[in-house]
Design a protein around this ligand. Sequence first.
Ligand SMILES: Cc1cc2nc3c(=O)[nH]c(=O)nc-3n(C[C@H](O)[C@H](O)[C@H](O)COP(=O)(O)OP(=O)(O)OC[C@H]3O[C@@H](n4cnc5c(N)ncnc54)[C@H](O)[C@@H]3O)c2cc1C
Length: 583
Amino acid sequence: MARPKRPQQYYDDIKNKFREQRDLRLGYRPPGTNQYTSELSGDLAKYAIDPYAKEVPNRDPISDEVEVLFIGGGFSALLTSARLRERGLESIRIVERGSDVGGTWYWNRYPGAACDVVSYDYLPLLDELDYVPVNHYSRGPEIFGHCQAIAHKYNLYDLALFNTTVTETRWDEKAQLWRVKTDRGDVMSAQFVICANGTLAKPKLSAITGMESFAGHSFHTSRWDYDYTGENLEHLRDKVVGIIGTGASAVQIVPELAKVAKEVFVFQRTPSSIDVRDDWPTDPNWARKLQPGWQHKRREKVLAAVENSLEKRAAKGTTSPEEKLRKQENANIDYMMRIHKRIDEIVHDPETADALKPWYMFMCKRPCFHNDYLPSFNQPNVHLVDTQGQGITEINRQGPVFAGKEYELDLLIYATGFEVQQTGIYNDIFGAGGVNLQDKYASGIRTLLGIHTAGFPNLFIMGGYQASFQFNLTEMLQTQGDHIAACIDYVRAKGQHALDVKDEAEEWWVQNVIEHRGKTSRSEECTPGYYNFEGNEQRRQDGNYNGGFRRYFQHQGEVRDKMEENFHLIAKGVGPTHLGSEE
Ligand SMILES: Cc1cc2nc3c(=O)[nH]c(=O)nc-3n(C[C@H](O)[C@H](O)[C@H](O)COP(=O)(O)OP(=O)(O)OC[C@H]3O[C@@H](n4cnc5c(N)ncnc54)[C@H](O)[C@@H]3O)c2cc1C
């Protein structure tokens, strides 16, 4: 559909409003990412407890050796394991803090949990498992079940250790093995270690004054307490419930609370953009006709469509970079104004409708898709508490306090998100020479492809920074898993023991990341959020690779085509293991 012609002034005025709204928020949060805490100890320890592991079985500490050890049991571990099994690797162990595989979909069992990527694209290994998802969009339990099915198919339960957190991963230079310690007293050895600890796995809370004093019940969205709420939230019928945060989790939860709870208070700092969710049951006739390889072909088509998106089309045929950027921005603003219009059409109360409007470019914050979130605000039991960019800064015995008003609650739910793309959560990683990975990264992240980092032989990182981020994360993780399995296979096939990325290969990638960051000024102009480090954009190389997903995928292949140029290959018993650059 042709876009209406509007004067440039219209777009400039909206961009000014975006800037004002961003500055307002930046003014409220000088601490940036430090406004959150994920150190859930002391009074906050209850927010980290796993409510789904009803009984944690006793076991003796383990001190054996495996070939490949995964830290974490989500899709990253499952996808890579599948490829390793296909290549004949037998000794694979998953070590997971939760009591089963699934990662995100193990932990996030809140009511309404669902994926925002179309199921036929998101759920991986559909061909291999001969499975077609039930709906166009998968709900959480289906995805969790799919993770379990992958683990069964590839025989990953036998060696797995659940209810176990890796606390230290240290390269033993003499033995040329990783020594992996856990909170259950294990000291295991592994030739290869894969950090599959998740992009959004460690819950964080906003550090709010007085939060420990709240006398009601409270939990984080990724630790849903069904004992308190009831399986179908039936215990909330006589309860006043508050939820802090209006990001992707809250957008799925609020409509479910609205159906049952006596009162619901939604505490908003910055609204999400909410678009239509076109969901329908999978057509069995369509499913029956699918040919082998269908998912791969489909994903390829989706990627091509994204690359040819509205914004890109807007930029076609334009010559100067400024003109191209202007057209892209205008197309983006048109989209966001359509989101605003939708709010006006759905939400009856004009003041509430206005407060729900996101004033930033599309993709500044994680976009959401839901048909019932906005209508919830038409219900008499649902109240939006718009803090106009400030957020809740005080909680007392009764509940949150804002603008001098106290909100007395029975239940307070923290929908405050997660640590983002950290490598080594709950876990200290020490490479050759005892170097701590966090110390190495202190002056800037250094990796090849976001997967390998020099001085940490046979260690692979999944879902970390300097990789290509794309909206369908499992597709990205699958490429990393394929790459890692191919690297491990290469080491074995060559009769070698270890591989360590060369300094110059790492430097090449760091420069590549730097070159592609800041392609547009959009990220700096964005309202603060986790996509732009809460507004701290001055981080040269500490973000994702922005050169495009296809290009990232091609680079993986190019790196593998020249393994000996990019890596030191180390035979068993030959050291030192980190050789540095070859002069
Ligand atoms: C609520 C929510 C909704 C999402 N929706 C989407 C979506 O719509 N589309 C999309 O593409 N992506 C979505 N994601 C992102 C999602 O995380 C990825 O798609 C994918 O599931 C990540 O898989 P993973 O294996 O890398 O990480 P995870 O699934 O997070 O698994 C990592 C696991 O590692 C474990 N772990 C971490 N540290 C340790 C340790 N030291 N010792 C032992 N275990 C450890 C954790 O307990 C966790 O179970 C969503 C994430 C969340 C939180």
